[in-house]
Design a protein around this ligand. Structure first.
Ligand SMILES: *Cc1c(COP(=O)(O)O)cnc(C)c1O
Length: 361
């Protein structure tokens, strides 16, 4: 089976992990954590990066650091991974959903203003599947209405909006290093920001809110959202190959685009004129003009040894968040979207084979 994704690990990661074990620095103190944070901040072109236990805790930590909680509202796209909304819920605040754009599949900026109320405290645009959200109108709204803009960049390490790296555009950015993400530390996450106060607050809350000047003294309720030195050691190894991994993904997407161009009913992914798409997941839409529906194509691929994934279900459809409100674009994208094999380790012959299968249906 050709997998949808897999981590790409090598001798560097192995060497750094062995170093952790040989030196006994296996927990959440140790030199790799600062090193990984510095490398990642440099990569995102931000002043600060704060490593966390995973991407969901990165989001929750940022929201808590901004003091968002019960009675507040946070605007999120309905078409995203569930963690974006759950992190809002964990604070006691309410996620307010917005429909998607047809082309970039991201939150539709034109539909945000109508959702802002006096209780709104933040907007979380998500850079879905590697394509950056349209940030200028969102930043503008944030400024005008005094809202924090938190980028959920869990799927878009290295993507760019008008030349700026995701994670450096809003007030803060959140990344994931889960096994299927662009780089992986097994489990792991990162907060990026240029805001010194946010970085300090997040660093304290991440470590049980322990007073940095008074050990075992806690002025508020914090969390244990620390990353381990072993995870960070893998992260340092991954940072040595992140540019290569992203280049590979873009190359693969270009080949897919060439081979699938003109196939009736297959809608190729877009790249807006202002965007650098890093194609975390190479994805297409299966429209009515294709002989099979999306699930039919997934089954057909599976029978031919090719794994794939359906798009996320829009969050407004699922029991914890169900609403009567309609989100037609997200519903359409979710029903027709498919993630094809996208691992950086994928071979050109494999892409040829996959496209051959799709073309010959
Ligand atoms: C993966 C992901 C997360 C959560 O990251 P974890 O590390 O799995 O907790 C959050 N948001 C989006 C959009 C994601 O894809």
């Amino acid at each position: 089976m050709i997998p949808v994704s897999e981590p790409v690990l090598g001798p560097e990661e192995l060497k750094y992990v062995i170093d952790c074990i040989k030196t006994n620095w296996i927990s959440s103190a140790g030199a790799y954590i600062n090193r990984f944070e510095r490398l990642f901040a440099e990569f995102c072109r931000t002043k600060y990066a704060v490593a966390t236990s995973n991407g969901t805790t990165a989001l929750h930590l940022v929201l808590e650091s901004y003091g968002i909680g019960a009675g507040d509202e946070v605007i999120v796209p309905t078409l995203t991974f569930i963690a974006t909304a759950n992190a809002v819920k964990y604070t006691g605040a309410t996620p307010v959903f917005v429909d998607s754009e047809t082309d970039t599949w991201n939150i539709d900026p034109a539909k945000i203003a109508g959702k802002i109320t006096p209780r709104t405290k933040a907007i979380i645009p998500v850079h879905l599947y590697g394509h950056p959200a349209n940030m200028d109108p969102i930043i503008e709204l944030g400024r005008k209405r005094d809202l924090k803009v938190i980028e959920d960049a869990a799927e878009a390490h290295g993507a760019e909006y008008k030349g700026a790296r995701v994670g450096s555009i809003g007030d803060s950015g959140c990344f994931s290093f889960y096994g299927n993400k662009i780089i992986s530390t097994g489990e792991g996450g990162m907060v990026t920001t240029n805001d010194e106060r946010l970085a300090e607050k997040a660093t304290i809350l991440r470590d049980h809110a322990m007073d940095p000047d008074k050990r075992y003294w806690h002025n508020e309720i914090g969390f244990n959202y620390r990353m381990t030195n072993i995870q960070a050691a893998i992260g340092v190894g991954q940072m040595e190959k992140i540019d290569y991994l992203i280049e590979k993904k873009i190359k693969h997407a270009e080949l897919y685009n060439d081979l699938l161009a003109g196939v009736p009913g297959i809608v190729l992914p877009s790249q807006a004129s202002w965007a650098k798409n890093v194609y975390w997941m190479y994805s297409v839409l299966v429209s009515e003009d294709y002989p099979l529906d999306r699930n039919g194509l997934m089954n057909h691929l599976k029978e031919n040894g090719v794994d794939s994934r359906p798009f996320f279900y829009p969050i407004h459809q699922m029991p914890p968040y169900r609403t009567e409100e309609e989100f037609p674009v997200a519903d359409m994208l979710s029903a027709t979207g498919i993630n094809l094999p996208s691992a950086a380790s994928l071979k050109e012959e494999e892409i040829n084979m996959i496209c051959e299968i799709i073309r010959n249906v």
